[in-house]
Design a protein. Structure first.
Length: 74
């Protein structure tokens, strides 16, 4: 069985993304520490809504487009 990568460039991009994430880990940890209570409340609210069957029909593309409009990039 051949386990050769289909697209070696994709493997390189994935490894670069992981390295980039690792470079930002201290900032990510600090953000989570500062916002832990708010993040936990958001998770609890989402789980409650999911349990009650409240589900958004918005796609990730809709959310990105809204953010870009809000920040004047669209």
């Amino acid at each position: 069985m051949d386990t050769k990568a289909i697209n070696p460039n994709l493997d390189l991009l994935a490894s670069l993304a992981i390295e980039s994430d690792e470079l930002h880990q201290p900032e990510i940890d600090a953000f989570i520490a500062r916002n832990r209570d708010v993040l936990n409340e958001s998770i609890r609210q989402s789980l409650d809504e999911l349990e009650r069957g409240v589900v958004s029909q918005r796609t990730i593309q809709d959310i990105i487009a809204d953010g870009m409009r809000r920040h004047g990039q669209a």
